[in-house]
Design a protein around this ligand. Structure first.
Ligand code: SAM
Ligand code: SF4
Length: 387
């Protein structure tokens, strides 16, 4: 008999992966490919609907809280394709009334008409990959858009009626100074985005930047950029609620919050991951689709989808912590029991040790990282690795 016990049904989100971009950026290790003329979009959309149909018995009737079209560059999906896909999703799934539906957009692929079309199709939140407002940095990053085009895209999104949107910025860019990093944040805030993501540029294996690294700010300068930008963003009234995420009150990203609180999600599309809790049976399944778009479509046509495996207790404990410890205001300990199905006693000893090391604080049923714990976050997470 399983040792996992779930007292309630977990929140459920849907992730949809669109694996193509106009051009591959040299720092990016996402599952994305340069768009070829021969793309059969409908075959890819069909495959995702087939995958969903096959997964339905695992999630019957459960309300969907959020949908996230990620990529790649999902703003390249045709208007008719997006409308068709959303109509299929509505027919097959139970959308909750407050559903958040986000689509990632590259500023070099959009205009007012396109945004208006997205809104008509049912998208109610945008996430725009701005990265920087400096042309030389955009060139160094291999972006397909200029700073002026990025600004026009943000204005077009607002004009099309998007009152809920995120801007992605990166810092510690090639040859970037502290003042330039601050200027990017200040410029972003002038658009009053309801949500801002501020990522440090990382060198990912298997990318051109990793093989031939550009001149990047050293660790001290990168740290100063992060600290001073955090202050600028906080002063503008934003809540810093996850390592890289800032939101105006009531504009936190529901989809990402579901990941960070270890909710369930279906992942449709090439390389997409999913996590589904089958509460009555005390089982948690991880699913993973074939990474290549062609392989994915072929698998769907043969009715043979990717792999799935049952997650064991040790993995659940670690994965929960890996996600939840990203939350800046900590989390209620009973969330651990609710979302892993494990008893709190499984981790009591480790929690006590971390508390003694002044890495976490436990108060009124909440776990928060201490200042020291924030600096040594990796050590805190590692404490929950398989022993
Ligand atoms: C899928 S992309 C967003 C949509 C679209 N593909 C684009 O780039 O405009 C997700 C975001 O991840 C961030 N990102 C990608 N690679 C990164 C890296 N190596 N280091 C830090 N952030 C990265 C970027 O801010 C990017 O906007
Ligand atoms: S950063 Fe965005 S646009 Fe650039 S390759 Fe990655 S997914 Fe595509």
């Amino acid at each position: 008999m399983s040792q996992l016990q779930f007292s309630q049904v977990l929140p459920l989100s849907l992730y949809i992966h669109y694996p193509w971009c106009i051009q591959k950026c040299p720092y990016c290790d996402f599952n994305s490919h340069t768009l070829k003329q021969t793309l059969d979009e409908q075959a890819y959309l069909d495959a995702m609907v087939r995958q969903l149909e096959q997964t339905l018995p695992l999630i019957w009737g459960r309300p969907i809280r959020s949908i996230f079209f990620g990529g790649g560059t999902p703003s390249l999906i045709s208007q008719s394709g997006l409308e068709w896909l959303l109509s299929q999703l509505r027919a097959l799934l139970n959308f909750s009334p407050q559903i958040e539906i986000t689509l990632e957009a590259n500023p070099g692929t959009v205009d007012f008409e396109k945004f208006a079309g997205f809104r008509n199709a049912g998208i109610n939140r945008l996430s725009m990959g701005i990265q920087s407002f400096a042309d030389d940095k955009l060139t160094a990053l291999g972006r397909i858009h200029s700073a002026a085009e990025a600004k026009l895209a943000i204005q077009a999104a607002k004009d099309a009626g998007f009152d809920n949107f995120n801007l992605d910025l990166m810092f510690a860019l090639p040859n970037q100074t502290l003042e330039q990093a601050q200027a990017d944040v200040t410029q972003a805030l002038e658009f009053a985005p309801p949500h801002l993501s501020h990522y440090q540029l990382t060198l990912e294996p298997n990318t051109p930047f990793f093989k031939q690294p550009p001149q990047l700010p050293d660790d001290d300068l990168a740290w100063d950029m992060q600290e001073s930008c955090q202050q600028i963003i906080a002063k503008a009234g934003y809540q810093h609620y996850e390592v890289s995420a800032y939101a105006q009150p009531d504009h936190h990203c529901q989809h990402n919050l579901n990941y960070w609180t270890f909710g369930d999600y279906l992942g449709l599309g090439a390389g997409a991951h999913g996590k589904i809790t089958i509460a009555p049976e005390g089982r948690v399944l991880r699913t993973q689709m074939p990474a290549s778009p062609g392989g994915y479509v072929e698998a769907a046509q043969n009715g043979k989808f990717g792999r799935s495996h049952e997650v064991d207790a040790e993995e659940l404990m670690f994965e929960f912590m890996l996600n939840a410890l990203r939350l800046q205001n900590g989390f209620a300990l009973n969330l651990f029991e609710q979302h892993t199905g494990l008893a709190l006693s499984t981790i009591t000893q480790r929690l006590e040790q971390l508390q003694q090391q002044d890495l976490i604080a436990l108060q009124e049923g909440m776990l928060t990282l201490t200042r020291r714990g924030q600096v040594y976050l990796n050590d805190v997470v590692s404490a929950f690795l398989r022993s």
